[in-house]
Design a protein around this ligand. Structure first.
Ligand code: AMP
Length: 109
């Protein structure tokens, strides 16, 4: 079982921000800014490449709402989905990163 599935089942703790039937959001354990949280599907979907339209919409909508609640509405934030090796994905369970609270550079390395 992957580490995010263990978080979903409760055997690994997380700092939960939001939960419903399909989606879980929690703070990243290694934050890259004052705001850094992850939004994941409860169903194990390894990469964005396998995800269907409805869950992608739900994840992104929830990311938007939580970013606003955490104070990112005025100055914005970075919404990122890493995918497989070239995308820098290290946990093979689809997740949206939201990083905010400081200016971020572009492009990534
Ligand atoms: P990625 O490299 O896009 O696959 O991102 C995986 C993210 O998961 C990283 O930012 C990690 O810091 C984060 N992460 C790994 N384990 C945990 C955990 N137990 N709780 C919260 N975040 C985690």
């Amino acid at each position: 079982m992957c580490i995010f599935c263990k978080i979903i089942e409760g055997s690994i703790p997380c700092q939960k921000l939001y939960e419903d039937e399909e989606v879980l959001a929690f703070h990243d354990v290694s934050p890259q800014g004052p705001v850094h949280f992850l939004v994941i599907p409860k169903r194990h979907i390894p990469h964005i490449l396998e995800a269907e339209q409805d869950i992608l919409g739900n994840l992104l909508f929830r990311a938007q709402k939580i970013a606003g609640a955490l104070g990112c509405a005025e100055k914005g934030a970075r919404f990122v989905i890493n995918c497989k090796a070239d995308g820098g994905q290290t946990v093979d369970h689809l997740h949206i990163h939201v990083i905010g609270g400081r200016p971020l550079s572009w492009p990534p390395g």
